[in-house]
Design a protein around this ligand. Structure first.
Ligand code: GDD
Ligand code: MN
Length: 406
């Protein structure tokens, strides 16, 4: 069981990572002996980091220098490293971070090209770690870096597998949030607590620390999309992780803007659906369905407008259908497939193939519902089944033919 294994990990803290009779360890020891003999001038090898602090960034160049300074100060006396994971910010955050790394080799930066996403960035930084413990902390100074040593102590003492910096336990606070954002956060927190059955008060926190072996084991099952990596970890490791929450006050942002937007909220609902259905309804499909529903609204509105303008029903419906498909295409390009977005002239080809995919989807919709209706004349059941088949076809078709990975 995970817990026992993790506990074994805790027991090992302070001693060597690999068991004494491990052949790999013996080989490494041999190798380093001969290497040492070869290099007579004994080089001072810096001690490995005990803690990796992973900091996802997007347009945080103004915050990064202060963050390094404050973190270094908070972690004095501890072997640490700080890994920025930057999604090629237009404000050159990566360059600023790498410049800092020139002065302090404990600071590194992974620059990702053509990718966006908070969870994926955190995961990538965490997987680059070789330390025993890994923390995730925002770059904008909203998280309280002075909590890091206390979080580490809880883990080193083996009191928990995961420590969460919490806004909602006694002594914590979310002053840094606007009132709207605070309400969204509270609702999302209530939903996710129900779903995971967890007693953690702040499962949506972006500030936490865990043992690296915990992350290494859970990583293949975590979603790299969305904003809520801690929730995902709690959900995926539910029932097996011992969690301790430490309160902190969420500070207001000083420089730059929050990247949280409506898309992140939709993503989060999608993540809940994906987890609740064991990925039977993946996040992308959920987004595709939402866009499809908006298409129904567009279609009805255009049909109505066409009829008002005096078009015949057939013509009005045909025009409305093309307009709904077109709006679906652009919305999907912006939301559902934003990571594989097509642009420029390639959009024309993609739009035409989207029409083609949807037409086949419509045919299969009509075919399936008519066939069902002839067997069992329940109109809504036949209609619904047709829509589901059509939607699945459209989704499968568009993700393989229109927005295929290159
Ligand atoms: N690499 C990368 N890619 N980093 C990102 C991205 C992205 O697409 N989006 C945001 N970030 C970085 C930001 O630069 C910042 O360092 C951190 O992730 C958090 O982003 P904010 O935009 O400041 O989010 P927030 O303040 O609204 O919400 C944060 O705090 C909440 C409370 O702990 C997030 O961490 C939430 O997950 C968390 O609930
Ligand atoms: Mn923030």
């Amino acid at each position: 069981m995970l817990t026992n294994k993790y506990n074994a990990g805790v027991a090992r803290i302070g001693s060597n990572w690999a068991p004494a009779n491990d052949p790999a360890k013996a080989a490494i020891a041999d190798q380093s002996k001969s290497a040492a003999a070869g290099h007579e001038a004994a080089r001072a090898v810096p001690s490995p980091a005990l803690l990796t602090v992973v900091v996802p960034t997007f347009n945080e160049s103004a915050n990064v220098p202060a963050l390094v300074e404050k973190t270094a100060h908070a972690l004095e006396g501890i072997e640490w490293e700080l890994v920025f994971v930057d999604d090629d910010s237009p404000d050159h955050t990566a360059a600023v971070a790498k410049q800092l790394g020139q002065h302090d080799p404990r600071v590194r930066c992974i620059r990702r090209i053509g990718r966006r996403g908070l969870s994926g960035a955190c995961l990538e930084g965490a997987l680059s770690s070789q330390a025993r413990f890994v923390a995730v902390m925002d770059a904008d100074l909203q998280h309280d870096e002075t909590l890091l040593p206390r979080m580490l102590k809880v883990l080193v003492n083996g009191e928990a597998d995961l420590v969460v910096g919490s806004r909602y336990t006694e002594g914590g606070g979310s002053e840094g949030f606007s009132s709207v954002r605070r309400s969204i956060s509270r609702i999302a927190t209530a939903c996710s607590r129900r779903l995971t059955g967890t007693s953690v008060k702040d499962p949506m926190s972006g500030f936490f620390m865990t043992r690296r072996d915990v992350l290494d084991e859970l990583a293949p099952k975590l979603s790299s999309e969305g904003f809520k990596i801690l929730f995902d970890i709690l959900y995926t490791g539910r029932g097996r992780l011992r969690v301790v929450e430490l309160p902190y006050g969420f500070r207001p942002r000083v420089s730059g803007d929050s990247k949280f937007d409506l898309r992140n909220s939709v993503d989060f609902v999608g993540l809940l659906v994906a987890k609740a259905t064991s990925n039977a309804v993946p996040l992308r499909f959920f987004s595709f369905l939402l866009v499809g529903l908006s298409g129904v609204v567009v279609q009805l509105a255009c049909l109505w407008q066409g009829l008002v303008l005096g078009l015949s029903f057939a013509v009005a419906q045909a025009v409305a259908t093309v307009l709904a498909m077109t709006s679906n295409f652009f919305l999907n390009n912006m939301l559902t497939y934003r990571d594989q977005r097509v642009s420029g002239l390639r959009m024309i080809g993609a739009l035409l193939s989207f029409y083609a995919v949807c037409s086949l989807g419509a045919l299969s919709n009509v075919g399936v519902s008519t066939w069902l209706y002839s067997n069992r004349p329940v109109w809504w059941l036949a209609g619904l089944a047709g829509s589901v088949v059509g939607a699945v076809w459209n989704y499968a078709g568009s993700s393989t033919l229109v927005w295929r990975r290159r």
